[in-house]
Design a protein around this ligand. Sequence first.
Ligand code: GRF
Length: 196
Amino acid sequence: MLGSGKGSNFVALAEAIRSEKISAEIVLVASDRAEAKILAHARERELPVYQCRRSAFQTKLEPEIEEELAGALAKAGVELVVLAGYMRVLKKPLLDRFCGRIINIHPSLLPSFPGLKAWEQAFKARVTQTGCTVHWVNETVDGGAVIRQAKVNVQPGDTAESLHARIQEAEHRLLPEVIRDLATGKIEWREDPRRR
Ligand code: GRF
């Protein structure tokens, strides 16, 4: 699992596995940011963690740093790479090595509101319904084929923050469900999402 932030989706997934709702194993938790809470949560659970070397960029990794990350994931025996709040665009090292085996969770009903702070974009656009999406990852930002979505209604009195909180609750259900269904074969795996 790969993340740059607070790791609430990691916690939801780890809990679903612990309570045996999902038959899966988190073999490595990786982050591009040393201070990311996701790493602390993983350490608390005594799961293996990997921290990328410092990058000069904000939105991508240098090819050699991404190559090291891809190598660490491969060495750990990763079958599925799960991005949850990983804030960098994936490039060839990861996309080539894990082609068709990388998913991401995004806080909107894609293709609406790709990019940053999608809940705020939706709130400002005054939509009545938004949600979250799990999709296959390709080289476009939030652009790979949709696997499954969960809808969240905008309620009277909502703020962008209260909406975000409900979207995150929906994420914490959706992501483990998708991983469960990939693990059981109910959702078909992609060979090459970049061909779409
Ligand atoms: C989630 O809202 C996800 O949709 C987005 O980044 C956030 C990560 O949250 N891509 P967390 O680190 O799992 O709490």
